[in-house]
Design a protein around this ligand. Structure first.
Ligand code: C5P
Length: 316
């Protein structure tokens, strides 16, 4: 699955002797419809993923064992052991391909942790693409996405990137075919993270008490709005069932959403399970002004502009 605007797959097939560098984007959900909790503890999702231009970078070099080092956001905080999604992804690929899991991996991180931007999932997708090139295992994107689904619900999408519909627990991904359009976003990064399982559990609690808004249901309106390529139309259809739960756990986010709208955003929603909020801007100039206003209002740690859609994990 590739979007029309993406280059052909140019990954090396025979294994790389030198370092392999992979860039991988963050994701937001333009529509995040959450169904009931399933027997396996996951919720049935109906979501529209969108990859945005905020990237982590993973470099893979030949080594005698599997090691991970990192710099940037979260360095010194994030465990670099077998619990790290990057290590888990590399081991899953090695198992799948029947090769030794030998690599020296280095992560340069910009995507904030536990932010609702799938940063950890992005790093796992980056590790799959980087190790596939380093080891010459030559898996197709669809095969990599199947391995990715073992690591986490959002990981398959980050192999593909672009804009895509996610179903199941989010791991079943199909592209949204729309004429190329660039959307302008402002990403308001909060201080501190929110744990995804806690946000889903809060939604279940709110729903049990009938204190949650009605579920969003189908993404048809949003998909139709994407085809119209008009930000004012798209703004009307953005939605996230997890937003009420994130606001319940982090009431200050109400001020962030309000400040973005007052600054001229066409719409603002919590990204994924939060606490990052994302705002749709009319154009690049508006996005810059909204980011500036959010930082001046002191409602977030940092506000960044980003465009989407962008490609998924790719060798650079
Ligand atoms: O798949 P992933 O490991 O990223 O999910 C993290 C947690 O988020 C799960 O353990 C679960 O609590 C919650 N989740 C969910 N339903 C989904 C996806 C995630 O309840 N569809």
């Amino acid at each position: 699955m590739t979007e029309a605007w993406e280059p052909e797959d140019d990954r090396p097939r025979l294994g790389a002797s030198g370092p392999v560098r992979v860039r991988v984007p963050a994701k937001i959900n333009l529509h995040l419809g959450v169904g009931p909790v399933r027997g396996d503890g996951f919720h049935e999702l109906n979501t529209v993923y969108h990859a945005i231009g905020l990237h982590d970078e993973l470099t893979a070099r030949r080594g005698d064992t599997l090691t991970l080092t990192m710099e940037g956001v979260g360095a010194g905080e994030l465990a670099l052991d077998e619990s790290n999604l990057v290590i888990r992804a590399a081991r899953a690929l090695a198992r799948h391909a029947g090769v030794p899991a030998h690599a020296r991996l280095h992560l340069r991180k910009q995507i904030p942790l536990a932010a609702g931007l799938a940063g950890g999932s992005a790093d796992a997708a980056g590790a799959l693409v980087a190790c596939d090139a380093l080891w010459g295992t030559g898996l197709s994107r669809d095969e990599l996405a199947r391995v990715a689904a073992e690591i986490g619900s959002d990981v398959p999408f980050l192999i593909y990137g672009g804009t895509a519909l996610g179903t199941g627990r989010g791991e079943t991904v199909s592209p949204v075919l729309a004429r190329p359009t660039t959307w302008h976003w402002v990403v308001a990064v909060a201080d501190g993270g929110l744990a995804t399982p806690a946000v889903y559990a809060e939604l279940d609690r709110l729903r049990a008490r009938r204190a949650a808004p009605a579920p969003l249901g189908s993404a048809d309106d949003l998909l139709a709005a994407l085809r119209q390529r008009d930000p004012e139309v798209l703004a009307e259809t953005l939605g996230n069932d997890l937003q009420a739960a994130a606001l319940s756990l982090r009431p200050q986010l109400v001020d962030v959403l309000k400040a973005g709208r007052e600054a001229g955003a066409l719409a603002g929603i919590v990204s994924g399970s939060g606490p990052t909020c994302v705002f749709l801007a009319y154009d690049e100039g508006e996005a810059g002004m909204i980011a500036h206003a959010l930082e001046a209002a002191g409602v977030c740690r940092e506000a960044r502009t980003a465009t989407g859609p962008v490609a998924g994990a790719r060798v650079v």
